[in-house]
Design a protein around this ligand. Sequence first.
Ligand SMILES: [Mn+2]
Length: 357
Amino acid sequence: MNSRLEKLRTVLNTNNIDACIISGRPNTIYFSGFTGTTSFLLVGMDKAWLIVDFRYTIQAKKQVFEGITVIESKDTFYSAINDILKRNPVRNIGFEGRVLPYSEYIKLKERVSRVKEFVGLDNDIDRIRQIKDSDEAEILQEAALIGDKVFSHILDFIKPGMKETDISTELEYTMKKLGAKGPSFETIVASGHRSAMCHGTATDNVLKKGDALVLDFGVVYRNYCSDMTRTIFIGDPGEELKEIYNIVLKAQRAALDGIIPGMSGIEADKIARDIITEAGYGEAFGHSLGHGIGIEIHENPRLSAISMDVLEEGMVFSVEPGIYVDGLGGVRIEDMVMLMDGKLRNFTTSSKDLIII
Ligand SMILES: [Mn+2]
């Protein structure tokens, strides 16, 4: 686990920075193992300290990886950092510019007066987390498997006349029963015309015959997220929605077969987008093809028409094309995959046959 801190130190070295402060929860979990909500992880070139308050001291001591010293702050986090820096002087400190609120940055500059320069480091730090190790890959696959089990349960549960919230409640209850901590984002259950809203979270809308039903949900399991989407139909949806379903499925399968290491996010996105555009629905696929998944539900790399991210072995991301027609409905199909041995390995195993309930 110490290899994670070593990777961080390499990034600091490359940027000519002596130490860094990690305050956001995802990077704190990744680099220290601590899962509490409030802490400062100070990483120097040969030592690291996790500063917490009284509420978290016992938990932090149990959770932190080897080589990290837990410090209980008696005053403020800033005075604790100052105390450490008295004994371990540094010229400059990197921090997560994307995460630290501006007001905290101001306090940091005022109160950690021993340090002359603070440097925002985001992409360099986040890039470390994009390549998953074998432990992470195993947890992510288990998280996806819980998603598959939840989907199979919900297929038996769904009946016409139910509300979208009946389904989201059952989805979230089932994932918890199956060992997940909870949903990885607000569960999307969008039926009928609402299914044309990409992020249509559940409402009291009632399922009726002919509706498309988009189910997009994920779990948090051992600090890692899963993400999957299936679209099913309540009774016969008519020709256009069935055709749209087949186009989205064809686009998704082409991307799953065609994405290889070394490809850019743009090239990956284009595989699916070309098929949807040729079928005449280019304008109706208004979002990107996919996003990285890990401790956060949306992380890098991005698979989109503007993403220069290069896809590499060990990355885990979603492949989720969709078509949305206002007044008719929408279809999205999403799997969670990992790039390994030169191709995509699919963690999501739920059927993609057209399902009519
Ligand atoms: Mn997704």
